[in-house]
Write a protein that binds this ligand. Structure first.
Ligand SMILES: [Zn+2]
Ligand SMILES: [Zn+2]
Ligand SMILES: [Zn+2]
Length: 288
């Protein structure tokens, strides 16, 4: 496993790190759903303390005694273009919607904020799990007809040949819209940084408003206890290192971490940042 030291590099200032490009980041909540397995099965270190903390700090990730996940995509708009980070669970009938028993609503949310699929210049895939690529294609045609789709090479090699690759990614590759990158890159006012562990080629997106952390933190309690392991992490030790690195970056820059499944972004000390929708329901679109 390569060692990525860039995340631990302390930026001289947020502006230096970001290239000082102003961006708007809008939360698009494709769906909420209760995880199909018990939370202590999904997070083997889960206990009374973790449950009490989550109920108090992030009640939007709790429903009954289950783990309620939000499925957030992030729309990043700047002078450098329109970027979508992750693409939800997808429509009714797709694998993501079938697995979770709910359908995504991303196109409707994009319409609410005045963006059409054809307006999107780039789709960044933090990783290729079915709940992050649901809208990128219908199995035949790309869902975002002009967009380049940016994925790490380690991720593509990990998933190529699998069902999610065949059903969602291959139509993009066939259309010439897949951009494979190696390691840290600058993209349209953002930085893409490798954060492996959850999957081999997982990446996060650093913007001046939020660090879009994908599944580095699948559960908000992992910001409070970074060593709390998710049972489906490909390499738990590496995942813990990536969590610690991203939390250190959040501490150094003061930028919160907006991961895909926590109800709200979290600061480096695991405090939730502004949430405009209350309760355990899908979020209305809002800017970070
Ligand atoms: Zn994942
Ligand atoms: Zn996920
Ligand atoms: Zn939400």
């Amino acid at each position: 496993m390569p060692c990525y030291t860039d995340l631990r590099r302390q930026p001289d200032s947020v502006g230096d790190w970001m290239g000082a490009l102003a961006v708007d980041v809008t939360v698009l909540c494709d769906a909420v759903a209760v995880f199909p397995e018990g939370v202590s099965d999904a997070l083997p270190g889960w206990g009374v303390e973790e449950a009490a903390w989550t109920g108090r700090v992030m009640p939007g990730n709790v429903r009954g005694d289950g783990w309620l996940l939000h499925f957030h995509s992030y729309l990043v708009v700047s002078d450098a273009g329109v970027v979508l980070v992750d693409a939800g669970i997808g429509p009714a009938g797709g694998e993501g919607a079938e697995w979770l028993g709910v359908a995504g609503r991303l196109p409707r949310l994009m319409g609410q904020v005045g963006v059409e699929a054809a307006d999107v210049d780039a789709v960044v895939l933090t990783h290729v799990h079915l709940d992050h690529v649901g809208w990128v294609s219908d199995g035949v045609r790309p869902g975002f007809p002009r967009a380049e789709h940016v994925v790490q090479r380690d991720e593509l090699e990990h998933v190529r040949g699998g069902t999610t690759y065949s059903n969602r990614i291959r139509p993009i590759e066939d259309a010439g819209q897949l951009r494979v990158v190696d390691g840290e890159i600058a993209l349209r006012g953002m930085r893409l940084v490798p954060t492996p562990g959850h999957t081999p080629g997982h990446q996060s997106v650093v913007t001046e408003r939020a660090i879009l952390g994908g599944d580095v933190l699948v559960h908000p309690a992992q910001a409070r206890w970074p060593e709390l392991t998710y049972v489906y992490e490909r390499d738990p030790a590496v995942a813990i290192t990536s969590r610690r690195d991203l939390l250190a970056l959040a501490a150094a820059t003061g930028i919160p971490i907006a991961a895909a499944h926590p109800h709200a972004p979290l600061s480096a000390d695991a405090s939730p940042v502004v949430v405009e929708s209350g309760g355990d329901v899908v979020c209305a679109p809002y800017r970070l």
